[in-house]
Design a protein around this ligand. Structure first.
Ligand SMILES: [Zn+2]
Length: 269
C-alpha cells in the first residue's frame, strides 16, 4: 500500500502533464467507460490528494476519485501512447503525454458533495496546507489504543503508512505500544512537525528517507540499505539488524495487521 507522499506526488505528476489541457479520456478495461465518455475532451482543471485518496478535477466540479488500494498502479509515458492493454481502468492522453491507471480499489466520478464527505471522514494530512494537527491529537489523547495503531488509522491522521509510522516513532524515541493518551501535546507537536518535513521530502524524492545526516551510510561508513523500497531508514524492515544508534537488534511484531519495527533500547515505554 503506497503511503501519502506517493499519492501527493501522483497529484503533482498528473497536474504537470495534464492540467490546463483537455485530454482524451478512455477506459480500455470498460469499467469506467460511461464516466470516461462524460469526461472525454473536458478541461482538467486541478488535482488534489488527501491521505491515500487522489482527486482529479475536470471542468468546475467533476471529480475523479482514485484510491489505489493494495494493487493499484499508475504509469506515465510520453506520446505516442502504446495500444492499451485491457487491464487499464483509466487512460488520459494529450499531445505530449499519457497515463494509465490499473487495478485501483476505487476509480469513480463524484460530485463536490461526495468529495467533501470523503474529506470529512479522513483525519488531517501532514502534506495538506489545511491540516489541523490538533484534531488528531484530541482523538489520540483520549485513546487507550497504542500510538502505533493510531498512526495507521486514516480517520485520525491521513497518509501515514507502515514506514513513516515506524520511523517517526523511532526518531522521537517513543515505544510503539505506548497508549495514545500518554502522548503529550509537546510530543505530538514534534511528531507532526517531523511528519510534515519527512513526507515533504518523500514527495520531492519519491522515496522515503528518514535517517538524520549523521546516520547516512556515508557518515557512518556503512553499506547502503538493500531493499526494494529504497531509502535509508532506522527500523523499517530491519528486524534482527543492529540499531544505527545503539547497536541493539531491531525487533518486529504484528500490530494493526502490519508488521511493526522498533528498537527496544532507543524507544521508551
Ligand atoms: Zn537503538
Amino acid at each position: 500500500m503506497p503511503e501519502g507522499h506517493t499519492i501527493h506526488r501522483l497529484a503533482q505528476d498528473y497536474a504537470e502533464r495534464f492540467q490546463g489541457t483537455a485530454p482524451r479520456v478512455t477506459s480500455p478495461q470498460g469499467k469506467f467507460s460511461d464516466a470516461a465518455d462524460l469526461l472525454n475532451g473536458a478541461l482538467l482543471t486541478g488535482t488534489e490528494a488527501h491521505g491515500k485518496h487522489l482527486f482529479l478535477r475536470f471542468r468546475d466540479t467533476d471529480w475523479v476519485h482514485i484510491h489505489l488500494g493494495l494493487f493499484g498502479k499508475v504509469g506515465f509515458g510520453p506520446t505516442p501512447a502504446p495500444p492499451p492493454t485491457d487491464t487499464v481502468r483509466l487512460r488520459l492522453a494529450n499531445d505530449t503525454a499519457y497515463v494509465d491507471l490499473r487495478g485501483p480499489t476505487t476509480c469513480a466520478l463524484i460530485t463536490d458533495d461526495e468529495k467533501r464527505a470523503i474529506h470529512d471522514r479522513l483525519g488531517p494530512d501532514p502534506l495538506r496546507a489545511d491540516a489541523d494537527p490538533g484534531a488528531a491529537h484530541r482523538r489520540i489523547s483520549r485513546s487507550r489504543t497504542t500510538i502505533a495503531a493510531l498512526l495507521m488509522d486514516q480517520k485520525i491522521i491521513a497518509g501515514v503508512g507502515n514506514v513513516y509510522r515506524a520511523e517517526v516513532l523511532f526518531r522521537h524515541r517513543i515505544d510503539p505500544y505506548r497508549e495514545g493518551r500518554d502522548i503529550t501535546p509537546a510530543q505530538w507537536s514534534a511528531i507532526w512537525a517531523d511528519l510534515v518535513a519527512l513526507m515533504r521530502e518523500g514527495v520531492r524524492n519519491n522515496r522515503i528517507d528518514t535517517v538524520r545526516p549523521e546516520h547516512t551510510p556515508e557518515a557512518m561508513g556503512r553499506p547502503p540499505r538493500v531493499d526494494d523500497h529504497g531509502g535509508e531508514v532506522y527500523v523499517y524492515r530491519r528486524a534482527t539488524l543492529p540499531c544505527h544508534i545503539c547497536g541493539t537488534e531491531i525487533r518486529t511484531a504484528g500490530l494493526a495487521a502490519r508488521n511493526l519495527f522498533w528498537c527496544p533500547t532507543c524507544q521508551q515505554p
